[in-house]
Design a binder for this molecule. Structure first.
Ligand code: HEC
Ligand code: HEC
Length: 248
């Protein structure tokens, strides 16, 4: 199998046409005919549908600033993004999903540049001490220092920096309520860890890769899990995003 870094985008015209068909039936109302996120349903949605023209994607397994892998896009399309208008397209045939992925990529030239591709980050499994009281306590202190400015003291997304936050598309940058049992990045401790490594491209949520040690990341996540609200009867985030990837 080719690695992602060595996988420049090549347009297969038949697949492109099939993708256009799938897109016009399922995606155009939100993501728009030009892929600019300005479909007829878009104006009142928060968050807004993604514009595909800049090649900027939030939910990835790749390092900050890189394009998502096909697996990442497939996951978003198949399982949706919890709590947003991006629903799950579980009824599409596999080949329709592959075709619409190619069509989505055709909107941005960024897919033609090999330097925009990156290898998925490996997320280790959560340590056994994750919920230990002294670790949780230290995680709460670290959260106050590194995260509360945006996510608020309890993680609900109401920090003092919020009024000034904008995303790349110039919309208000609303920090996630991290107490919610279903997050867009996934429901597991490992999913939050991955976001701390990758950041969410185009938003104020940057990578903390060089800022926090692995133990500090897990301590913060351990504390966040103590803030978590009880699960609600809605659909979750699907299987783990890192499924099939080696674990360090
Ligand atoms: C009802 C509206 C709606 C429809 C229909 C819709 N989407 Fe979305 N989509 C959204 C919204 C809203 C977001 C942004 C969510 C966010 O930023 O958290 C999004 C985000 C995305 C993303 C970007 C995720 C990222 O990592 O940044 C992809 C890829 C995507 N949609 C693909 C599709 C495809 C393909 C279809 C059709 C099969 C589709 N969407 C149909 C509303 C929609
Ligand atoms: C400068 C502001 C800022 C700081 C500091 C910050 N975040 Fe965020 N974070 C955001 C924003 C904004 C989003 C949502 C981005 C979007 O979707 O537009 C977010 C999203 C997230 C998500 C994704 C949740 C989801 O909806 O899937 C996680 C997890 C997260 N942050 C954890 C943290 C942790 C832990 C820290 C501290 C180490 C932190 N953040 C620090 C602004 C910030």
């Amino acid at each position: 199998m080719l690695s992602h870094a060595a996988e420049p985008f090549e347009l297969d015209f038949n697949r492109y046409l099939q993708g256009k068909y799938v897109y016009e039936r399922n995606c155009i109302v939100c993501h728009g005919a030009r892929g600019d996120g300005k479909g007829e349903m878009a104006a009142n949605l928060v968050p807004r549908p993604r514009s595909f023209r800049e090649g900027m994607f939030k939910f990835r397994t790749t390092p900050a600033g890189k394009l998502p892998t096909d697996d990442d896009l497939r996951h978003t399309i198949r399982f949706g993004l919890s709590g947003t208008a991006m629903g799950m397209f579980s009824q599409l045939a596999d080949e329709d999903v592959e075709a619409v992925i190619m069509y989505v990529k055709s909107f941005s030239r960024q897919w033609r540049k090999p330097e925009n591709y990156g290898e998925p980050i490996t997320v280790p499994t959560a340590p056994s001490w994750l919920g230990k009281p002294e670790r949780v306590k230290s995680g709460g202190v670290l959260f106050g220092v590194h995260c509360a400015g945006c996510h608020g003291p309890s993680g609900r997304g109401d920090g003092p920096a919020v009024p000034g936050l904008k995303d790349f598309w110039n919309h208000p940058g609303r920090p996630s309520d991290l107490r919610q049992p279903h997050l867009r990045c996934g429901d597991r401790a490992e999913d939050m860890y991955r976001v701390l490594m990758t950041g969410l491209n185009g938003t104020a949520m940057v990578s903390f890769e060089g800022v926090l040690t692995a133990d500090q990341r897990w301590e913060i996540i351990g504390w966040l899990l103590t803030q978590r609200l009880p699960p609600v009867a809605t659909l979750g985030a699907g299987p783990p995003r890192s499924a099939g990837k080696p674990v360090q």
